[in-house]
Design a protein around this ligand. Structure first.
Ligand SMILES: NC(=O)c1ccc[n+]([C@@H]2O[C@H](COP(=O)([O-])OP(=O)(O)OC[C@H]3O[C@@H](n4cnc5c(N)ncnc54)[C@H](OP(=O)(O)O)[C@@H]3O)[C@@H](O)[C@H]2O)c1
Length: 249
């Protein structure tokens, strides 16, 4: 068994590389068709992860929306939606947040050991709190997910602080980057990544796996590891759909 799950990073950004604005409203970057694609990718993963700031700012439910996909998961003996995972060092998570209170699957909150007891008391009954050493690293977290929680496929949906760690530590297998046709233009808004030393540079470029127009946005898929699986079920389903008219001829 590998010491980490297969990791898919997924996010939507503006043309100028921002994940959000600094304003009070959540920024809508995606469109309905792309939101449905994300729902499909979610349904193919064992767990979905976001950072604690995203839980606080967006209050996402992170559930599978499509009835068919939920039914397919139920038929396969899976929870209707994947396990939800987050990480916090401050422990500032509201036990009533939709992330923690919705869905039938387990919610796991990683935090440094020193913070775990108090957070466990705060979130008792809504989440499993896991303390990991002095500082939570993504490699420790991934090892715990695969060895102790049975998570073999993890989808990481941001924000930028989290994406930065997976990328800089070379712990991701693929990146799904959606580019929306808008500009944010605010230097203080969250970017798709923060500063970091990334493995992909001018002399070591990431491998472009595919591009796809989805209405007014573009999905760019990068292969980031040798484990990259082009026949990931989501892509297979799409390919079968794309080739069906030809076969019918
Ligand atoms: N467009 C998109 O696809 C998309 C997707 C997701 C999010 N977003 C946006 O991105 C913004 C949030 O991004 P962000 O970069 O500010 O935050 P983030 O990545 O969502 O969360 C960062 C927080 O996660 C916790 N954290 C991260 N790494 C940790 C580690 N190794 N150990 C312990 N805790 C750790 C910390 O929480 P504590 O502060 O609790 O210690 C940290 O402040 C929001 O505006 C959201 O709307 C956009």
């Amino acid at each position: 068994m590998s010491d980490r799950p297969y990791v898919t990073l997924s996010c939507a950004m503006s043309i100028d590389g921002y994940l959000d604005t600094t304003g009070p409203e959540r920024l809508l970057l995606s469109n309905a068709e792309d939101i449905d694609r994300v729902d499909q990718v979610r349904s193919e993963n064992d767990a979905i992860m976001v950072g604690a700031s995203t839980v606080r700012r967006d209050n996402p439910r992170l559930l599978i929306r499509s009835e068919e996909r939920r039914a397919a998961r139920a038929a396969a003996g899976l929870p209707l939606s994947p396990i939800k995972v987050t990480v916090t060092s401050r422990g500032d998570l509201d036990p009533d947040a939709a992330f923690l209170t919705t869905g039938d699957a387990q919610k796991i909150v990683y935090t440094p050991l020193a913070r775990a007891r108090r957070l466990d008391e705060r979130l008792r009954g809504v989440a499993t709190v896991v303390g990991l050493r002095e500082r939570v690293t993504m490699s420790d977290l991934l090892r715990d997910l695969v060895t102790r929680r049975g998570v073999h496929r993890l989808m990481v949906e941001g924000g930028g602080t989290l994406l930065t760690q997976f990328l800089a530590e070379d712990l991701a297998d693929e990146l799904h980057l959606v580019i929306a046709p808008i500009f944010v233009g605010e230097a203080r808004a969250p970017r798709v990544v923060t500063s970091g030393a990334f493995p992909w540079t001018a002399s070591h470029r990431a491998r472009l796996a595919s591009t796809r127009q989805i209405g007014d946005v573009v999905l760019v898929r990068y292969a980031l590891s040798d484990r990259f699986d082009p026949y990931h079920r989501g892509e297979l389903v799409k390919n079968i759909r794309d080739t069906a008219p030809l076969e019918a001829r």
